[in-house]
Ligand binder design. Structure first.
Ligand code: HEM
Length: 217
């Protein structure tokens, strides 16, 4: 029997989808800006304006989420512990590389309290605390060139910032592909997606029925 469990608050879902929308728009407009001679869906000037505005929205969204998690004492769930690398990370990776193809059961139970599994914790930690700030910083420095080149030149100028920003964009794209694939490895291919939209997920109920009945009363 499955039970319906509340996983994501409305704010967490808005944060997530706004972030996803921003990243997709940034990748698209960034592609336009980099390859404008070959890839001409929107004009160059519009692409630059949209890229800058959406970049700002992404940063504000990230700071609001940081505040939400700090104020709610929730930040800890995004910080991996040593056991998330080993042994749990290895068990988790083993499942994706091997077990999943043999139809083995998932090695971890996802619960609202422990909704991030070891590899998710590690990946999200790197993306949110490494790649996102790196892209923000290099993007801001590139943008500051319009006002003064002083700050960008402290970091090597456009010839250094440009390739770092572009490489970061490819890493983001790689993350997105893996992330979206991973979301299809839940109980059903769309169960994680539905839970990130509705907030609820149906999970296997391992508790005896009497306990559930007691909880209802
Ligand atoms: C088309 C784009 C995206 C789709 C379809 C998508 C889908 C999902 C789904 C279904 C979940 C819930 C299951 C899970 O935890 O794996 C999730 C969680 C998450 N996603 Fe995405 N995502 C997208 C883009 C992004 C982007 C761009 C980022 C980061 C920059 C991101 C960061 C996260 C994080 C941190 C969580 C965990 C949230 C939590 O449990 O607190 N996602 N995503």
């Amino acid at each position: 029997m499955k039970k319906k469990v509340y996983f994501y608050t409305i704010y967490e879902r808005i944060w997530h989808w706004l972030q996803a929308g921003c990243v997709l728009t940034l990748l698209f407009t960034g592609f336009e800006i980099s390859f404008f001679s070959r890839f001409d869906i929107i004009d160059f000037k519009t692409a630059v304006s949209v890229h800058n505005i959406v970049g700002m929205i992404l940063v504000v969204n990230a700071f609001l989420a940081l505040f939400y998690n700090l104020a709610g004492g929730l930040l800890k769930r995004y910080v991996p512990e040593l056991e998330d690398f080993s042994p749990l990370g290895f068990t988790h990776a083993g499942y994706y590389f091997y077990g999943i193809f043999r139809g083995d059961p998932h090695p971890f139970d996802k619960t609202p309290e422990k909704r991030l599994l070891p590899l998710q914790k590690i990946t999200y930690f790197i993306i949110l605390n490494g790649l996102l700030p790196l892209m923000t910083l290099t993007g801001l420095l590139k943008w500051s060139m319009k006002i003064t080149p002083v700050y960008a030149e402290m970091f090597g100028g456009l010839s250094v910032l440009g390739p770092i920003h572009r490489f970061g964009a490819w890493l983001f794209l790689a993350f997105l592909i893996v992330h979206v694939y991973m979301t299809t490895t839940g109980h059903t291919p769309f169960s994680s997606l539905v839970s990130m939209i509705t907030g609820y997920e149906y999970i296997e109920n391992n508790e005896p029925l009497e306990i559930l009945d007691e909880k209802k009363t």
